[in-house]
Ligand binder design. Sequence first.
Ligand code: KG4
Ligand code: ZN
Length: 325
Amino acid sequence: MILSIESSCDDSAIAITEIKTKKLIFHKKISQEIEHSVYGGVVPELAARLHAEALPKILEQCKPYFDKLKAVAVTSTPGLAVTLIEGVTMAKAIAISLNIPIIGVNHLIGHIYSLFIEKETQFPLTVLLVSGGHTQVMEVKSLTEIKTVAKSMDDSFGESFDKVAKMMNLGYPGGPAIQELAKDGDRLKYNFTVPLHQSPLIAFSYSGLKNAVRLAVLDAKEEDYKDISASFEHIATKHLTMKLKKYFKTNPPKKFAIVGGASANLYLRGEIEKLLQPFGAELLLSELQYCSDNSAMIGRVAVEMYEKEMFSSVDELDISPKSSL
Ligand code: KG4
Ligand code: ZN
């Protein structure tokens, strides 16, 4: 079995995965959403302190499996430096005390493998990752052949939901709150400009849209918030689908996946489904519980890395807050 730890942002999670069967034996996550909600976003130092409390509590429950562990895996990149270090330090202590190898996992690859928890992989695959930290399209052939073909030049899709929610005092995380308000709103009420709609670039940008929403909120009353949310969600999604449509002209999709915390967004899922229809492409989604950060996805990647003997030494493994794929 492999024990895997995730602490790249505001979720403390530990999983145990059986190597041979890929079965998830144990999975526990303690989220910090309530603690960060008053600040309208993640406060790194607070997150680090909460990981330091939560991770040992979860690890305690893993003790019965310690004698079966063949390796320990941990998210080492990308993420918040002060929170990554909490997981990595714990993983190193486990590796040394149980004398087992350590595996450093890339969080973004983790999101891709959230599609395959307790399942076999399906490649090649075009993947849209939409999370709080990232918005990018990747062509994935295998664990080690991942090519990013488009990414955000500034804010990410999920982050823009968080920031827009903060403007309307809806708390953190903003995605679910905006989605809920948008349900009863008029998507065409506010005519926000689709980012980069005249640019030939296949890239994403959310900072301009965020500012347009800021101006709308300044002028609005609380009863307008549902229409602002609906119009924002519509344009934020339209930006993704317009750029994907452009990309598909030269790279028609066969299998397409949406992963990351914001892949839970139902409007986005529906619009992507429509976009894929003419291509007859299959849409893959993670189970809802594995869309947001978790350690089951880190364990699933670790199984592949274990089989390929992609180990790090305890001295070598370091955090890398800002890596990209
Ligand atoms: O993948 P994740 O848990 O953490 C990162 O790796 O960043 O993603 C969290 C992000 C947050 O920005 C959150 O607002 C967004 O995912 N999110 C959503 C929805 N649920 C979560 N965004 C839009 N609609 C949702 N339903
Ligand atoms: Zn994530």
